[in-house]
Design a protein around this ligand. Sequence first.
Ligand code: GAP
Length: 616
Amino acid sequence: MPRRKNQTAPVLGEGGLRRFSGRRIVSFRLTLFRRDSRRVAGSRYERIYPLPPALPTKPEIRYTDAFAAPSLLRVEAVAIMEMEQLVALCKRRGFLFQSSEIYGGLNGFWDYGPLGVELKRNIREAWWRDMVTAHDELAVAPGAPESYEMVGLDTTIILHPHVWKVSGHYDLFHDEMIDCRESKGRYRYDQLLGRWVECEGKRVFVTTDAPGSEAVERIQQRALKLFNLRTKHADRLQWQSDLTPLPEVDDLSVVLGPEATEPGTLTEPREFNLMFETHTGAIRNDNSKTFLRPETAQGIFINFKNVLDSTRVKIPFGIAQIGKSFRNEITPRNFTFRSREFEQMEIEFFCHPSSSAEWYRYWRDRRYRWYVELGLAGDRLQLREHEQDELSHYSCGTADIEYAVPFLPEGQFGELEGVAHRGDFDLRSHMEGKLVRQGDELVVERDAEGNPKYRGSGKDLSYMNQETKERFVPHVIEPSAGADRATLAFLCEAYQEDEVPDEKGKPTKRVYMKFHPRLAPIKAAVFPLVKKDGMPEVAQAIYRALKPHFPVFYDEKGAVGRRYRRQDEIGTPYCITVDGQTISDGTVTLRDRDTLQQWRVDKDACVDEIRRLLNQ
Ligand code: GAP
């Protein structure tokens, strides 16, 4: 019988479904079948279905209008990428490992494995090439007010400690944290979520530090425990609010901490500076204290004059830098998304104040397009302009480029990159001293005696336009991206599952990484169909011809179908197979990872063909 609107049907899929008996929100990819059991054309219909957090052991999916077509007989559901599947693949295939894993790991630190290092290098190189080396300084880029120049820098991780005082990081770069006197846990104040619940005449705000998708269920478990109730008596709990951030609760004495057994054990929030401290030199005292940089940007600002004096760049121009940054995050989480050591790709773009708003719009759109061009397509990527009250005190405009990373609750996005109009704040700070806003003005912050709280360098960081003879302090547009977050987003976007026929024509599940060819760690794999009849020799010759030009892989072990799957799973876009026909007519098979199309090319044309494919 055809199913009707809003009927429920048992989930018929397999594979990922076994995991669903665990209690978690899962997304489904639905395949629709007609009454005659044929799949609906293009039937891998993708739609994300968040299930309620507490799943029944035999999960059901509820039809919505989209699937109410009367010709449909049944719906099969296959789990699409869950974060856990990606994390497992990353470890299994050598993309990412937990740092210091053999010693139990170090929270907030990650190592890139043999494939991960290539992927991240490709992302960094794509950024550097597209933003710096391949930038055409003679032409006006689409959307730009005029042509501009780009140069690079590589500055040190440890800078003069005064840099961070003047920039504001020393005083202001902190999160509010809250401690639990009972469990000794430490949490980010703004990340604790809770719900008001009443039971036996007692009203408590029950909190958790679990991410949004798991929070509701975790809070229910904790409330049951607090009131000594069994799951079957859950209806005795009267819930009086949805998920609410802890900062909205005034009275901490009625708050149950995330790991506490009774309410009232959380301390008042305190500020916690995120910069890692270290010491330089043999003597350790306050004077030797330095910091691991929390951003690469300051290294650029303090070299602004050096770049002007040593090159012929003229405003408008940008300085780019890629490098490690360090933040002692209170709650590193979500795989590499919030790490304590990470890499940034930052541009400080210097322009005349009169055109800075136009340049802001240019960079915001240019940077968004960059992600789209490399494959972060569709509605998982968004550009979000900040509201006025979200802007930093010095900023006249900021936009975030955000991606719906699968560990976030449905509909939520995480920041990949911020593009900020910073006005003249940074250069003026390093000239005059730490600035604060006073009305509409930025003024030097003063101490109790009226002296600058933190003095600037006193160096002149203004710019003289030699043609107009105008001197001004340039405005700055800052596109600031995270290389690790970009890598994570490209990994998430690439993860695909489908069904392809195996050698015997039987449909089998395939996991493949649909990386943009520019980002794929390995560009092509070369296989002899069998390890005899001269095929390995020809395949090795092709491998050697390709190797000086591209990262390629040679594999002769196992059935060819298995070898294809291994390459699909690491995102290799092209496979070249030497077979019986090669020996007779000199052609090889080229296979496309995504379309599975195969075609023949001359074995001596492989380098040109792979180059053509990668550049198309
Ligand atoms: N100079 C400006 C600046 O640093 P930010 O928004 O603090 O701005 C820029 O950081 C980018 O650095 C973020 O959009 C993100 O991609 C990356 N990032 C920041 N903190 C991070 C962390 N703890 N782990 C991984 N990436 C991080």
